[in-house]
Design a protein around this ligand. Structure first.
Ligand SMILES: [Cu+2]
Length: 404
């Protein structure tokens, strides 16, 4: 069970308790959160990092480790933290192009305040009684403020390093809507794990995009003394948060940013190599993600899988032991960080091209991209497959997985 109301367990009523026991495996950077009335509960901070340490220390052993949880909040603020943030680089799925734009300083664009709509209602019947959906006519919740470990700019404390140290960062996007690109000026990052799972070979990049729910472990050697900007950039200019990373003795230096017009390599999934995937799928399901507002049509509170809106989306039925392939095409204008409960899957194709991609539990499917994932049906039960963007899932981008 994993907390999905009335699908995998009953919700925990106010004033009562529920005890979970689990075997802490596999090791990796994970997180936990409420799965009830997500915009209200997750959106107000009901989550935390869950770090499972490996029995054998990571090699080579890091000298220092930071866990960085990025969050988004509804505060009614009209500007994104009042902070200068550069334009957002958008990686392509196939990693063909290095990205520029991270170095620009086009921030200070006001966010504009959006009216906060009525609270989503928890309603329905039968197996999905606890799922919270937008009522008709709901307006979009505005997640306007970004934090790193609970602090917004300018209160985010600097992360101190010593020259020569090997740093290990556990990055978690626990936000609500935005894909965040993490980067550290003056340093390449070596991505070692995706969603906690080790890559076959580390990927050297300038920035790591993480959709809501995704995690990455990155390492770097502190070999460029100074005071450097550490960024988590959101979906639009002015969205996101930053901290400074300061070498001991450089506290009074000017903060250095990514250089303007730099050609920066923002990671794509094509950079992430997982184990070879073997065998053909026993079962394939095609999923077309759509919805939102396009060319003045549609609604940002209505999202669909194969044209249907939860709870009317088709369920996926599998048999125990099968290799199952999901071929996911995103026809909408926004990213969809798709999360599968109860299973680890592998990315096996990007836009029809076969890859041995990373093992993951959350995969951000970008606009007009098609990603194929495969998993072994090895955990009988009733599970959810959904977009981890809180607005999209509340807007219906969810489906159920059942064992026959
Ligand atoms: Cu989505």
């Amino acid at each position: 069970m994993d907390g999905v109301p009335d699908l995998s367990q009953a919700p925990i009523p106010p004033g009562s308790s529920f005890t979970y026991e689990f075997v802490a495996a596999p090791a990796g950077t994970r997180w936990y959160h409420s799965h009830f009335d997500e915009i209200a509960q997750q959106g107000a901070g009901l989550y935390g990092a869950l770090i499972i340490e490996p029995r054998q220390p990571i090699q080579p052993q890091p000298d220092r480790e930071y866990t960085i949880v990025a969050s988004q909040w509804q505060t009614g603020a009209t500007e994104a933290n009042g902070s200068p943030l550069p334009a957002v680089p958008t990686p392509s799925a196939d990693g063909m192009a290095g990205m520029s734009g991270m170095g620009g300083m086009s921030g200070m664009t006001g966010m504009g305040s959006q009216p906060r709509g009525p609270t989503p209602t928890t309603s329905g019947s039968g197996a999905t009684a606890g799922m919270t959906m937008f009522p008709p006519g709901a307006t979009l919740p505005a997640f306007d403020t970004f934090t790193l470990n609970g602090k917004a700019v300018p209160a985010v404390p600097p992360l101190v390093v010593h020259e020569g140290e090997r740093l290990h960062l556990r990055l978690i996007n626990a936000g609500a809507t935005d894909t965040l690109v993490f980067g550290l000026a003056g340093h390449k990052l070596s991505v070692t794990n995706s969603d906690g799972n080790p890559l076959l070979t580390p990927a050297e990049v300038d920035g790591v995009p993480l959709g809501v729910g995704e995690r990455a472990d990155v390492e770097f050697v502190a070999n460029n003394p100074g005071r450097w900007r550490f960024l988590a950039l959101g979906n639009k200019a002015g969205r996101g948060a930053y901290a400074s990373r300061v070498y001991e003795g450089h506290e009074k230096d000017r903060i250095q940013d990514f250089p303007s017009n730099a050609n920066l390599h923002v990671a794509s999934y094509a950079d992430f190599v997982g184990p070879p995937h073997l065998g053909a799928p026993d079962r394939t399901m095609k999923l077309e993600l759509s919805g939102g507002a396009m060319m003045g049509m549609g609604s940002e509170t209505n999202w669909t899988i194969n044209g249907k809106n939860f709870p009317n989306t088709d369920s996926l039925y599998v048999k125990s032991g099968e290799r199952v392939r999901l071929s996911i095409l995103n026809m909408s204008m926004e990213d969809h960080p798709m999360h599968l409960h109860g299973h680890t899957f592998q990315l096996v194709a990007v836009n029809g091209r076969s890859v041995d991609g990373p093992l993951k539990d959350t995969l951000t499917v970008r606009h007009m991209e098609q990603y194929d994932i495969e998993f072994i049906a090895n955990n009988p039960g009733d599970w959810l497959f959904h977009c981890h963007n809180l607005v999209h899932m509340t807007g219906g981008l969810m489906m159920e997985l059942h064992y026959q």
